[in-house]
Design a protein around this ligand. Structure first.
Ligand SMILES: Cc1cc2nc3c(=O)[nH]c(=O)nc-3n(C[C@H](O)[C@H](O)[C@H](O)COP(=O)(O)O)c2cc1C
Length: 288
């Protein structure tokens, strides 16, 4: 069950929960109060709970009074306050802020200290707009031609928005960071992800919004022209992409995510698993 409950005494019907919903599953009811319209599309990100300026919205049994206030200074609060930002101000991030971000990069750890990452940082919105147009045109062509159905399938959820001209890939972000690593690096797939995690947290501390961008990553991987535009060196593979910019939204409180599974290992428990169980594990480990 995925539902929202509105305290009608508190709700000011501003619609922020609707405009910030990644899956467009909230809409106004006949009295202009928000209501859940499409439970199936909801991904439980709790942005609706986090953004409500008056604390009028509960998501399932998660009530705003049980959330913490946002704070980007202390490290634990920053981790809890981080949100994926999908609405950005239409302006460039200052050179000074980019300089601070770049000065942190050398401290990012890499496997075997290979220290060979490459950072493509689109620092100008006008360049981002060129990249945006090129990418959107290419994807539109692929969708229309239905030539590569596995790729088209990945865009299925947002196909309509895409056809309506919405920037569902880059979310209107003015900047993009793509981290690449040499394919021969000892930890080639992990290093860029670590780098972007550091960038994401420091960026939020600097007052920036970020969003991991699987769609951009996919486009960069399938269209070699984008690798060239991003100046990714030959022999390097794009590891992942992240959107960046000043946020045009302000979150008021943290979500209340479900806990992950944790095995608290405090003693040795020998298990005599069968040959097939062991073989299954090996297959599972290497599928990744
Ligand atoms: C690896 C990864 C890829 C993602 N790709 C996208 C994407 O392409 N577009 C998007 O809008 N959000 C993307 N997200 C953001 C997730 O949807 C988001 O983290 C999730 O909904 C939880 O929201 P929160 O980050 O605000 O807590 C991605 C997140 C991760 C970790």
């Amino acid at each position: 069950m995925k539902t929202i409950t509105i305290d009608k005494e508190k709700c000011i019907r501003c619609g922020l929960c609707i405009s910030d919903c990644v899956s467009s599953c909230i809409g106004f009811d006949d009295d202009n109060f928000p209501e859940m319209k499409d439970e199936k599309s909801c991904i439980s990100c709790e942005h609706c709970l986090a953004i409500c300026p008056t604390g009028a919205l509960s998501f399932n049994d998660k009530h705003p009074e049980n959330s913490e206030g946002v704070n980007y200074d202390d490290i634990l609060s920053l981790i809890k306050s981080r949100r994926s930002v999908r609405q950005y101000k239409d302006e460039d991030v200052s050179e000074e802020t980019f300089a601070k971000l770049k000065s942190m990069l050398p401290y990012i750890p890499t496997g075997c200290n290979s220290h060979s990452l490459h950072f493509s940082i689109v620092e100008k919105k006008e360049i981002m707009d060129v990249l945006r147009k090129k990418t959107n045109d290419k994807i539109l062509k692929v969708i229309k031609s239905r030539a590569f159905s596995p790729i088209v399938d990945k865009f299925e959820r947002y196909k309509k928005a895409f056809m309506d001209g919405e920037d569902v890939i880059f979310r209107g972000a003015p900047h993009l960071v793509v981290v690449s690593s040499p394919v021969t690096a000892p930890c080639a797939t992990v290093d860029p992800i670590i780098a972007l995690s550091y960038i994401e947290l420091y960026a939020q501390h600097l007052g920036l919004g970020t969003c991991w961008c699987g769609y951009a990553q996919l486009c960069i991987k399938i269209f070699p022209e984008l690798c060239e535009l991003l100046d990714i060196p030959s022999g390097y593979a794009p590891g992942y992409a992240m959107l960046l910019g000043y946020p045009a939204v302000k979150y008021q409180r943290t979500p209340q995510p479900e806990p992950y599974k944790i095995s608290e290992i405090r003693e040795i428990k020998e298990k005599d698993s069968c040959f097939f169980c062991k073989a299954k594990r090996i297959v599972t480990n290497f599928i990744r």
